[in-house]
Design a protein around this ligand. Structure first.
Ligand SMILES: Nc1nc2c(ncn2[C@@H]2O[C@H](COP(=O)(O)OP(=O)(O)OP(=O)(O)O)[C@@H](O)[C@H]2O)c(=O)[nH]1
Ligand SMILES: [Mg+2]
Length: 290
């Protein structure tokens, strides 16, 4: 007999780089969403599923909230609104080191949504207790917020407390997903994201924000997965940067991505990457559709 009595969706919202994707990975206990030290890493609503004794929690990671300057960013903002509308609980992820008036103003907007809001004050491993207490004190003025939970995705602090707090506000219901699933992303999507993560972490500057990865071949054999991927960039000089001197960067990206893909898929991976230029793809609807 199934003893799980609750099931619901928790939207993880917050500023770019706040630590939302790191937190979903830590909560689910598996890598479901890519992370990087630069803002604007997550582009889609990524689902991570956690089964506890009492509940099935469907976490939705979202892109960081920002003012849109192109169609891609408009699409990302629509994704955030969609995640908010379908959420049973909002978990606002607040970087303890970046509590500004602007962030607090955005937070205050969630009062009108009529959904329980919980704040995960994250990255507490990177600050002194006095700073954390100061932030918690600042947050007390928002009486609509149900709970404040200090956490660290990096050091895995406060995760069980956060899960217990979220469970209190989930609706009763049967699990939606099979309990062996930890995400609803396909292997193909995860492969594209893994390659994009390798690019971002290799090129920590403006180039990755204009990069899209499209898987053109995904073939699973008995012991090997063959993957071909197009790396689409926005400008001809970005292509040069991604390839690097005598191909050194694209080689390093390929090696890193292949290692991660082999960990993810548990088998040998043959990866071929091709770098292409499609100027202005972030403003072209056909390129924004998968
Ligand atoms: N010290 C510390 N760093 C963290 C923690 N969580 C995330 N980070 C770092 O913060 C940076 C951003 O993390 P992400 O999880 O990618 O942030 P995000 O909110 O998903 O970012 P976007 O997708 O760009 O909106 C990365 O360098 C992480 O390693 C934490 O608990 N402690
Ligand atoms: Mg993210």
């Amino acid at each position: 007999m199934n003893i799980q009595q609750k099931c619901g969706t928790v939207a993880l919202l917050g500023e770019p780089n706040a630590g939302k994707s790191s937190l979903i990975n830590a909560l689910v206990g598996c890598k479901v969403s890519i992370t990087a030290p630069m803002a604007g890493t997550t582009r889609d609503a990524i689902r991570g599923i956690l089964n506890t004794k009492q509940s099935q929690i469907i976490f939705v990671d979202t892109p960081g909230m920002q003012r849109a300057t192109n169609l891609l960013e408009h699409k990302m903002n629509r994704m955030i609104s969609g995640a908010v509308k379908s959420a049973d609980v909002i978990c606002f992820v607040l970087d303890v080191n970046h509590v500004t008036d602007k962030v607090l103003k955005k937070l205050a907007n969630y009062e009108s949504f009529g959904v329980p809001v919980i704040i995960a004050v994250t990255k507490i491993d990177s600050t002194k207790p006095a700073k954390l207490f100061q932030v918690l004190d600042q947050l007390k003025q928002y009486q609509f917020i149900k709970e404040f939970v200090p956490v660290s995705a990096l050091k895995k602090i406060g995760l069980d407390t956060l899960i217990e707090c979220l469970e209190k506000y989930l609706p009763e219901g049967e699990p939606v997903y099979d309990d062996t699933l930890y995400t609803d992303s396909t292997e193909r999507t995860m492969a594209a994201e893994t390659i994009r993560e390798a690019i971002i972490n290799q090129l920590r500057d403006e180039v990755p924000t204009g990069v899209k990865v499209v898987i053109t071949k995904y073939e699973t054999m008995q012991r090997t997965t063959n993957i071909d991927a197009d790396i689409i960039c926005d400008k001809p000089n970005h292509k040069k940067i991604i390839i690097g001197n005598q191909g050194c960067l694209i080689r390093a990206i390929g090696i890193k991505a292949r290692q991660k893909l082999e960990e993810l898929l548990g088998q040998h991976v043959v990866l071929h990457t091709y770098v292409l230029v499609r100027e202005g793809w972030r403003d072209q609807t056909n390129w924004l559709q998968d």
